[in-house]
Design a binder for this molecule. Sequence first.
Ligand code: S3P
Length: 168
Amino acid sequence: MFALKKTIYFTGFMASGKSRIGRSIAERLHATFIDTDALIVERQGKSISEIFEEQGEAAFRKMELETIQEIAADSSPKVVALGGGTLTQAAVVSLIRKTGIIVRLWASPEVLSERIGRKDTRPLMSGLSPEERLEKVKTMLAEREERYALADFSVESTNDSEDIVISA
Ligand code: S3P
């Protein structure tokens, strides 16, 4: 059986499929799967929207960084789904580059915006009309592109009824 030798960190914009694909890859590799957003929600006993609302984005980013520090400190290889904005923190980038490989998932702004609109769980996209949401996705993607481009490789995840397969 294939044994994972390095941690795989999935990055990419909101709704690019990090959690869904990360979980599926982890199952196939019989590896531990960690979704950093889900872990934060579980530990705080609050949704991401409640954390943003009550404590602000900066507090959430600090929680993200602490979560990654903890994950990186454990040397056993695993599959990790990051939040869409995790790589905006330089400290996170250097930590995960040292401890694993980074896979970027991507889809067009139109596909991402449509998926984001299916449920209102993302505070940075809340309360927007479909047109405003698409514009914001385009703007944020452009702002973050430099960080996502640090990934070791990039995989298209447009078709959300299919899995991607990563072979080592
Ligand atoms: C965010 C993405 C979200 C979540 C938070 C902020 C972002 O995760 O961490 O709402 O800044 O892009 P997903 O990428 O899983 O939606």
